[in-house]
Design a protein around this ligand. Structure first.
Ligand code: PRP
Ligand code: URA
Length: 207
């Protein structure tokens, strides 16, 4: 079973406090998602494969390293878009491949409305979605990325519910999950508690 990594860092806890506050306005909310995603991506990219390269400094030649694999970021629309630029900041050459799902309010099942994949999948993909609640959207997103042919897939989320983590691990035991926080439970409407409410609405100011 791949690991579930919950970030334990004072900065993460600080940003999460601002993010969860119902009175935080959208622009500050987006700032916290961005900062948290930078820290999450730092952790999630620890095992990226490297190759040696020769670099000439002003003093001498030396051996350095560079990332070798093609990396795809797969933000799940809408809320995953809020995470994407932060990862691009760390990996400027990353490719971005969008997936659109919304969660049907009655069935809680993810409904696909957009997919943009090419013929040639990258070797590595990071699926981005701030909220992992029931796990339905993450499982379907990872299914599609796998079907596309990506071998090395990781799931990055800001807040995850234990119920959703269990489901994703059952469906995709080889996919590591990185979360800034693992919360307590889902409520009767499958919202994460304590959570932060509706991530997409708070990012895009559509409450
Ligand atoms: C939210 C969130 C996830 C999904 C999580 O999206 O961004 O994609 O719900 O729930 P699940 O784990 O139970 O599938 P939503 O459907 O609200 O769409 P939005 O991003 O467009 O607001
Ligand atoms: N989607 C969200 O945006 N928030 C939740 O708490 C659950 C699903």
């Amino acid at each position: 079973m791949s690991p579930v990594v919950e970030l334990e860092h004072p900065l993460v806890k600080h940003y999460l406090g601002i993010l969860r506050d119902k009175d935080t306005p959208p622009h500050i909310f987006r700032d916290q998602i961005r900062r948290l995603t930078l820290l999450l991506a730092y952790e999630a990219t620890r095992s990226l494969p490297l190759e040696n390269i020769e670099v000439e400094t002003p003093l001498c030649k030396t051996t350095c390293a560079q990332i070798v694999s093609r990396i795809g970021l797969v933000p799940i629309l809408r809320a995953g878009l809020g995470m994407c630029e932060a990862v691009q900041e760390l990996i400027p050459a990353a490719e971005v491949w969008h997936l659109g799902f919304y969660r049907d309010e009655d069935t809680l099942q993810p409904v696909e409305y957009y997919q943009k994949f090419s013929e040639h999948p990258p070797e590595t993909a990071f699926v981005l979605d701030p909220m992992l609640a029931t796990g339905g959207s993450a499982i379907e997103g990872i299914n599609m990325v796998r079907k596309w042919g990506v071998t090395n897939v990781s799931m990055l989320c800001t807040i995850a519910a234990p119920e959703g983590i269990d489901k994703v691990q059952q469906a995709h035991p080889d996919v590591p999950i990185f979360a800034c926080a693992i919360d307590d439970h889902l409520n009767e409407k499958a919202y994460i508690v304590p959570g932060l409410g509706d991530a997409g609405d708070r990012i895009f100011n559509t409450l």
